[in-house]
Design a protein around this ligand. Structure first.
Ligand code: PBG
Length: 331
């Protein structure tokens, strides 16, 4: 060695006690949110492109949530797989106060009051064309007409008891519209977690299988979700959502967008969520099933790296498994 032989970075890597002392990032179940698919019994069952994930009946949901709460998971994010017979051009079922999602919220809040309940604000599980909003005469997603419906969906779900509303639609102005209607209704404690930088990603494929929108979707979502090539635009999206009243901002997908997570955290210093999406989960599961990757090690590394990049919290289909592994390591 030349120069300064006293500098040996390997000293702090040699033994686990010192690796643990210098470790800058940790993963804890309280930082995880579990996305869960819910369905009526006729639509329930496994999701083939997401091994280990099911469309849960409300009974199965209650059972799953009790286990997640025991594992110390912070919250669940509910996504409905709606009977195709209930889907229409305007996503009318999204506003039904007796619908699947409001019933799921009430069930979870009644049985697991300590578990946070988050719900998606968007129309894609409910529309016959699979888009997140309603279409105008030319077939484009109509921003302002959609925001008007999202505001009603948000109010209905807040009244049903959701702790966190998560607009995932990427319409302009929806966070402000939702925050305004919540304030007017006296729902001042309802959190808004905005899908602020949501990209038009091909990694959402398995999710669309799970909620049954893949086969229905006409065209793509590039006229409202972000171009994967851009990051300055992500900062503008985040700035707007914060100004409009978002409490937490999300970057989605996760691993291919670590630079975006980092820029958002560095610039704004606000709570940041990352969504390790369905395609990221499917990739790891498929490689592990073939014996090509170690599932536990790669999943935990991916989650840790999302935290290192700047995410305070992570939505991940590995939530239950990761919390179980963490518990095994720190009983
Ligand atoms: C729909 C929504 C999507 C996801 C969450 N909410 C899909 C989409 O935008 O097409 C994707 C989640 C995942 O892939 O895990 N508003």
């Amino acid at each position: 060695m030349s120069g300064f032989p006293q500098v040996r970075l390997r000293r702090t890597r040699r033994a686990e006690f010192v690796r643990a002392l210098v470790r800058q990032t940790r993963l804890h179940p309280a930082q995880l949110i579990a996305p869960l698919f819910v369905a009526e019994p006729a639509q329930a069952g496994p999701v083939p492109s997401m091994p280990g994930q099911r469309r849960l009946t409300l009974d199965e949901l209650a059972h799953e949530c009790a286990q997640l709460e025991k594992l110390g998971i912070a919250a669940v994010a509910l996504f409905p797989a709606i009977d195709v017979k209930l889907k229409d051009e305007r996503g009318t079922e999204a506003l039904n106060p007796q619908g699947l999602v409001p019933r799921a919220i009430k069930r979870v809040k009644a049985e697991c009051p300590g578990l946070g309940v988050m719900v998606d604000i968007a129309l894609d599980p409910y529309t016959a064309h699979g888009h997140d909003g309603v279409l105008d005469e030319s077939g484009e997603v109509d921003n302002d007409a959609t925001v008007e419906i999202l505001r009603q969906q948000a109010l209905m779900l807040a009244r049903a008891g959701a702790d966190v509303l998560a607009p995932s639609d990427m319409m302009d102005g929806r966070v402000g519209a939702i925050r305004t209607v919540l304030e007017r209704d006296g729902q001042k404690n309802t959190l808004i977690l905005a899908y602020a930088a949501k990209y038009a990603s091909s990694f959402y494929g398995p999710f669309r299988d799970a909620v049954g929108s893949a086969a229905l979707l006409k065209g793509d979502k590039r006229s409202y979700q972000m171009d994967p090539a851009n990051t300055d635009e992500a900062l503008r999206e985040v700035a707007l959502d914060l100004a409009e009243g978002a409490d937490i901002v999300m970057v989605k997908p996760g691993l291919p967008y670590l630079d975006v997570i980092h820029r958002v955290k560095a610039r704004f210093g606000v709570p940041v969520a990352a969504y390790q999406v369905s395609g990221e989960y499917a990739m790891l599961k498929a490689a592990a099933a073939n014996g090509w990757l170690d599932e536990k090690k790669t999943a935990m590394e991916a989650l840790l790296c999302l935290r290192r990049a700047g995410a305070d919290m992570i939505l991940t289909y590995f939530a239950r498994q990761a919390a179980t592994w963490l518990r095994e390591e720190n009983p």
